[in-house]
Design a protein around this ligand. Structure first.
Ligand code: NCD
Length: 311
């Protein structure tokens, strides 16, 4: 199919065909992303503006690498050294960056809906790089990509998402993408961190990690997002690690070919032990590598669709 969307704000509402188009494009671009094939020129003459209003290591650098592998220029905006510090609003900041020149906007912000707001403000394409607790579509895509690469398919697999689902935009993007591609999604964690209402989106809820582990083909471990917790959701990090942490002893209950994912940054010793994070079931660094290919695919398809839409 031909891709027609100008923005990527979430995986909710994308069709199976759209997800497959993105994932197939990412697969074709992986040799370029990993520098086994020369860089491309699809975005030559374009400026990608990396607007990260929240800290990021993987996502910001991955978008930067992806944009450059497609021949774009990259402008990076960091709030700590900007006039946001003098009280300038998000909308004004964006309009001023647009006046300098920007074709694609990669936006991360603590407020859900921030990327959608930017999409209403700018002329170019917008990619949501994480908005509050809402969505993080390229993380969802790179998780799907890694599952496909490791296990050959997504359909029919049982994927557990473990931990702080309440505060996680990664969990929501995973849920939409996985359900659309026909996986079972099992949300696992303490009731204070697993919103019951996600069952309406087709997720199963599990309150006992050890009981559900043997069924899983993939386990996506989430970071305890302490900076987002306004109220006490947990007794202590130690208690959490004991009941919900993924450790080597626990992992022996899982299928031998189980794939362990984590979006990073990891709190080693809390939601995952170093042994598991660095162990042979872990695909954590493969996820990061795949992120570049996925982001190249997103940038390439959005920019092509944006050009098509222009008179
Ligand atoms: C995540 C994020 O910021 O949403 N990290 C990422 O982008 N890989 C998850 C997190 O912060 O725990």
């Amino acid at each position: 199919m031909t891709w027609t969307r100008k923005h990527l704000l979430g995986l909710e509402g994308l069709s199976r065909e759209e997800l497959i188009t993105l994932l197939d494009e990412a697969k074709a671009l992986k040799p370029v992303a990993t520098r086994q094939a020369p860089a491309l020129k699809d975005l030559a003459g374009s400026i990608v503006v990396n607007c990260f209003f929240e800290p990021s290591t993987r996502t910001a650098n991955s978008f930067g690498a992806a944009a450059r592998r497609l021949g774009a220029e990259v402008v990076s905006f960091s709030p700590g050294t900007s006039s946001l510090m003098k009280g300038e609003s998000l909308a004004d900041t964006i309009l001023n960056l647009q006046a300098i020149g920007g074709d694609v906007w990669v936006v991360r912000h603590a407020a859900s809906g921030a990327a959608a707001l930017v999409a209403k403000t700018v002329r170019g394409s917008v990619v949501n790089a994480g908005d509050g607790q809402h969505e993080h579509p390229t993380q969802g895509l790179l998780d799907l990509f890694t599952i496909r690469e490791r296990l050959g398919r997504v359909e029919g697999l049982a994927v557990g998402i473990l931990g702080d689902i309440r505060h996680s935009r990664v969990a929501r993007s995973n849920l939409w993408g996985l359900k659309t591609l026909g996986a079972r999604v099992i949300l696992i964690g303490p009731p204070t961190l697993v919103p019951r209402e996600l069952a309406a989106a087709g997720a199963e809820l599990a309150g006992d990690l050890d009981a559900v582990l043997p069924e899983l083909d993939v386990i996506n471990v989430l970071r305890l997002q302490l900076e987002r917790m306004e109220e006490a959701c947990l007794p202590s990090a130690r208690e959490y690690a004991r009941v919900w942490g993924l450790n080597a002893a626990r992992l022996t209950r899982a299928k031998p070919e189980v794939v362990v994912l984590h979006p990073g940054p990891t709190n080693r010793g809390v939601e995952i032990t170093p042994e598991v994070a660095d162990g042979e079931r872990s695909a954590i660094l493969a996820q990061v590598t795949n992120g570049v290919a996925v982001r190249m695919a997103v940038l390439k398809l959005l920019v092509a669709a944006g050009r098509e839409a222009r008179p």
